[in-house]
Write a protein that binds this ligand. Sequence first.
Ligand code: SF4
Length: 321
Amino acid sequence: MSDAPPNASRPPLKVLLAGPRGFCAGVDRAIRIVEEALARFGAPVYVRHEIVHNRFVVEGLEAKGAVFVEDLAEVPEGAHVVFSAHGVPKSVPQDAKRRNLIALDATCPLVTKVHREAERHHARGRHVLLIGHAGHVEVIGTMGQLPAGAVTLIEDVAQARAVQPADPHNLAFATQTTLSVDDTAEIVAVLQQRFPAIDGPKREDICYATTNRQAAVKAIAARSDLVVVIGAPNSSNSLRLREVAERAGAPRAVLIRRAAELAGVELAGVATLGLSAGASAPEVLVEETIAWLGACFAVTVEDVVVTEEDITFRLPASLSA
Ligand code: SF4
């Protein structure tokens, strides 16, 4: 910011602010669960995996006494442990119980819904094709709801065309909640065409927040010289927002964690900048980015809101009494 030009010479910059953007109801609930656990039980409260994929959020909770671990073995016997918003395989709560840990489940209710769907399909004898990204923590959690071999992961259209299920007449599909709406529709169409009897949700399991944020980015993309998405490189929904922006007509789209990263982004020639944030990025990072831009440009902000959201999720019963 020190190399910002003096105010009088700041060139104009229009910022198209996508709405909805940023925190979703599942992320908000997960953070509240950790905060409420800290308030009730005192520090430390252990959290398995980043509660949501955002370092700023994680560091804020660490400062309040949360301790983030990847493995339950790192949690001392009898301690409180929170499971992240992405969900966990069935083995994790079982392991926690065995080790006398006091578990608090911050899995987003919309992820839990996919878990229950997968279980229902399995109980009816259907093999589940899960559309999602290999290695993503939500996919690991969803696959871990069923015994090994009961789920086949489908990552793209090519895999949807190639998959050879043992019983093509007894299939169901489910999806990760944070995928590209358009890519997923293509994959589902291939599966439905190859396996007309396949069961599954009406369209997919992509959550309202992912759908709305992608629609809002589409609304600003073609009007922008550059789209900036605030989010973490391991945040699936943030990565998809950047891709959606480019596909929807933005000449360039970048993902940044914090405003300071804009110092490494070519802004010369950008008259209109689209701005959004992934579902795990707090609004304070959007404000920080607009302030950073304001030091270099004469910024005017236009809100482009495609829909309003009023969804909230209740805390688990053990924390709301
Ligand atoms: S992005 Fe969707 S599924 Fe993930 S926590 Fe938010 S509301 Fe839940």
